[in-house]
Design a protein around this ligand. Sequence first.
Ligand code: HEM
Length: 430
Amino acid sequence: MSTCIQKEHSVESAVAGISADRRSLVSLIARLRSPSGQANPFPLYHELRERGDVVRAPWGAHLLTGYEVCEQVHRNGRTWLVPDAAWRARNGAGSFRWNAPSVQGLVKTLAWLNAPEHTRQRRSLGNVFGRGAIDALRPFVEATVERLLDTLAERLREEGEADFVPLVSEELPVATLGHWMGIPAGDHALLRELMHALEPAQELLPTKSELESAAVGMTGLRDYFTAFVRDRRRHPGDDPVSRWMRTWDEIEPDREAADENLYNLAMFLTIASLETSSTTLSVMVSLLARDRDRWQWLRAHPAHVPDAVEEVLRYDPAIHVSTRVAAEPTVIGGVPVEKDEMVHVLLGSANHDPRRYPDPDTFDIHRKASHLSFGVGPHYCLGAALGRLQTTSLLTGLLRRFPRLGVGAEPVFAPRVAFRRLMELKVVHE
Ligand code: HEM
């Protein structure tokens, strides 16, 4: 059994009986999980990087802090696997996390599969967000942006201040996904709620109570998408799930297995797209609208909107941590790692590594730098183009319609380390 499983529980409970150095590491991780750490984790990432590119975590896994090691692990999908069902069977006995129903549901989905099954499933989806598909979605996304900005304008007119999160950032992704996948508007609120409940299952160190509420999310999503796939069987159309159904009927003779895969794929695309996109939209407004001069400059130079979006993605990505396990004994950043040992890839830290980004904590829309915010390698984000379409469309609409947009109060983040979520973002227009 790997050490990370034996010692998985709370970081704080690991304090007893460890050296001063490890105790200070535990305190650093606790600060990262605190509200102030979530509001600004970047100084803490610098502290972590000062300890090395590969830092042994108190629960036995390794934290990867530097850009190069993070990129290397993501890119090398032969040596570095996602912790799939086989890994869990070897390492998860007695672990409340790996046996939690929510996690058991998640490990059947795309991001938790390794080759060859991962390759088969990913191929079955086709090039869903290629240029043609994105061009076809653009009018809907732009019209939805206009509709949501009408609501924002009205709220600002009536109340002088508005919470951008429920009005815009939570709405655009679910409307877009719903339109694309054919999910009725009446179901959007339910899906958002279930997905928020489930998300902590993907956290760095989920607590038992988080896993319990995640189980409710998983059950609800499973019921919803099982019925959804059944409905597509009865009424196939020209939507993505019906197209995948035709593919699966060709490659998988067992109808039940085909439908199970369809349900997992449709559910996972929903999970993968909603919070990540909402967080990116909120973070974008929070970073850009707090500097009036920059806002004005962007209004005058809209051709730089894509550069601004890339800097938002680099500066504060929606996913700060991804996880991999070693397929064989190996070495990363000069540190030996045993087969099955776990590494946490700190994408948020990698994106602020001063060896790659000069003055990394400065938000600079002229930087034109690449980043790890959509991952890299075999699990590279399938929806990156759609994420970019939503962010650029929204920013373009905001710049045009709200010349004096500002941030009313410091945004409130959920107490999470891996999957960022803004709970509240007050904006003003004055
Ligand atoms: C700006 C918004 C988004 C961000 C920052 C983001 C980020 C990421 C990252 C970092 C990964 C890789 C995780 C890993 O390697 O462990 C990923 C994977 C994935 N993303 Fe996104 N994502 C975004 C939007 C979307 C959207 C809109 C969709 C779909 C409609 C989507 C679908 C997926 C899928 C299916 C995967 C798993 C790919 C695989 O395992 O092969 N994402 N995303």
